[in-house]
Design a protein around this ligand. Structure first.
Ligand code: SF4
Length: 512
């Protein structure tokens, strides 16, 4: 999972009559609002048509630490793309940081959010058959090579004949070649900005615009609407699954949907449950509203247990931050007090997206402080959005018990995560998941809860208000072909804990 942003506007800067640098600046500002999607690295790439140059700044670390103000000011041009990285492919090193650039044709830049499930077979094809050298272990580089190949279409695109048809053809070939979940934004030097989303629309992408005084528009493409809202752009819509968009340097927007009209979409349910910011809208559904509704569904289940005397609840308490919204609606529904018994240290990263078990365990210990007066002697309904590896839940329940809780019922606003994700959330090995091959009672015992309540799939669909979603990690029904999944998972296991890896995901033989 990562955050992507693209900004494109007019070439002239009417106020100062200077080369514009608003695109990189706006990308930077937007990336601050997308930081929750990835905290491993950040990067911006702008293109200045007046001097025909790319400008790039990227490094490991948070957005606020990667960019100096002077660096942003030097990134001129009317179009820029930005990326906040959560490594789900490749290593956690500089070589794999996005955006990535390629010199031909035209000069291409690219960022993406997601995973290429057939990354390794495509990498083999590039290196063995097409005689290309890869410089990173990041699947974006593979995507960028195929993009450049298809744009050239074997014969070479002439600048004077370049049109949206070239882009449509190249995007269609990408959809036919690349299996996975991917939301992509790219720059084409001297031409404009392109964006496309995989045919199932697994990873999110939205488009917005801002009206200019001369009647023209600036455009913003981003993973989440929180970014465009922050910049003052008006939300237009979600980019459709299998859609390709091109905004040329004259500000004209071209778009085409390249999938069959009856193709089923499969946006990731986890965006509403956990990943997206509460203030975002994903696929036209408010994340905040979805979380209130997820809470209502869970409250109905809890009420039956309370009425039947199976559980006692004095207070409803969220695991901050994502679950707060659901916990409020649960407390309302049950007419019970809502209490914040755990305070989050905002300077510790989200534990689930840290890349090693050791870092995750450390983060859980550091990130939550208990308020004993709200915990002692209470029967607590503790609300969380998901149980992934179980580490966080186990430690939090132990923290509550050590602070005098009487009983803890754990309520989860999602069904059990039992199967691997190959589309950009970092659990490609199902056996990492606590719910994999365990009953609900066994999970409850493992995390130390008195009782565990999960939503089921019907509750989830009702709360989000969508029938067609990817729920593969819940039900093992994958929206794309998974014949390369075991190879993907095996390579990821290596790349996750080892920076010394080749582009094919193997430990480097030449390493000292
Ligand atoms: S498998 Fe789960 S986490 Fe992965 S894309 Fe599908 S719903 Fe989202």
């Amino acid at each position: 999972m990562c955050g992507v942003i693209g900004i494109i506007g007019p070439e002239n800067n009417t106020e100062s009559n200077q080369v514009p640098h608003y695109a990189a600046l706006e990308a930077y500002q937007a990336m601050l609002t997308l930081q929750h999607r990835g905290q491993d690295a950040a990067g911006i790439l702008s293109f200045d048509n007046s001097c025909s140059m790319f400008f790039s700044e990227k490094d490991l670390g948070l957005v606020s630490s990667v960019f100096e103000q002077s660096a942003i000011e030097n990134m001129t041009g009317n179009m820029a793309i930005g990326h906040t990285r959560y490594a789900t492919n490749g290593g956690n090193n500089r070589r794999d940081v996005q955006p990535m650039v390629m010199g031909a044709p035209f000069g291409l830049g690219m960022v993406h959010n997601g995973n290429l499930l057939n990354h390794f077979s495509l990498a083999k094809k590039l290196t063995h058959d097409m005689k290309r050298q890869l410089l990173s272990a990041n699947d974006l580089e593979v995507l960028l090579h195929f993009w450049s190949h298809y744009l050239l279409d074997g014969e070479g695109v002439k600048e004077d004949s370049f049109s949206f048809d070239n882009i449509k053809k190249a995007a269609k070939s990408i959809f036919d070649t690349v299996n996975g979940g991917y939301a992509v934004i790219g720059l084409i030097a001297g031409e404009g900005m392109v964006a496309f989303r995989d045919p199932k629309g697994i990873r999110p992408l939205s488009i917005g615009r801002l009206k200019l005084e001369d009647g023209g528009y600036k455009y913003c493409l981003c993973s989440e609407t929180v970014a465009m809202n922050y910049l003052g752009y008006e939300y237009m819509r979600s980019v459709a699954p299998g859609e390709v968009i091109f905004i040329d340097l004259q500000g004209k927007l071209h778009s085409a949907i390249l999938t069959e009209p009856d193709a089923k979409a499969a946006p990731c349910m986890f965006e509403w449950v956990y990943f997206s910011a509460a203030e975002s809208v994903v696929e036209d559904k408010s994340v905040y509203t979805a979380r209130l509704d997820l809470g209502n569904q869970l409250a109905k289940k809890a009420k039956i247990l309370i009425d039947n005397g199976k559980i006692d609840v004095d207070v409803v308490m969220p695991v901050p931050d994502t679950s707060r919204t659901s916990a409020i609606s649960i407390a309302d529904y049950l007419d019970l007090p809502y209490r914040e018994g755990l305070i989050k240290n905002r300077y510790v990263q989200r534990s689930f997206i840290l890349n090693t078990q050791e870092k995750r365990e450390k983060a859980v210990e550091l990130k939550l402080s208990p308020i004993r007066s709200e915990i002692e002697g209470k029967n607590i309904l503790l609300v969380d959005d998901s149980v992934v590896r179980g580490t966080t839940s186990k430690r939090i329940i132990s923290l509550l018990m050590r602070n005098g809780a009487k009983h803890v019922t754990l309520g989860i606003t999602c069904p059990p995560l039992r199967y691997a994700c190959y589309y950009g959330i970092d659990f490609p090995n199902g056996e990492e998941l606590i719910a994999n091959e365990r009953t609900i009672e066994e999970i409850s015992d493992w995390v130390g809860a008195d009782r565990l309540i999960y939503l089921d799939e019907t509750d989830l669909k009702q709360a989000i208000g969508k029938e067609d979603m990817c729920m593969a990690c819940l039900n093992n029904e994958y929206p794309t072909d998974i014949k390369e999944a075991s190879e993907f998972a095996a390579k990821r296991k290596i790349t996750k804990d080892n920076d010394n890896i080749s582009f094919l995901g193997e430990i480097r033989k030449c390493a000292s």
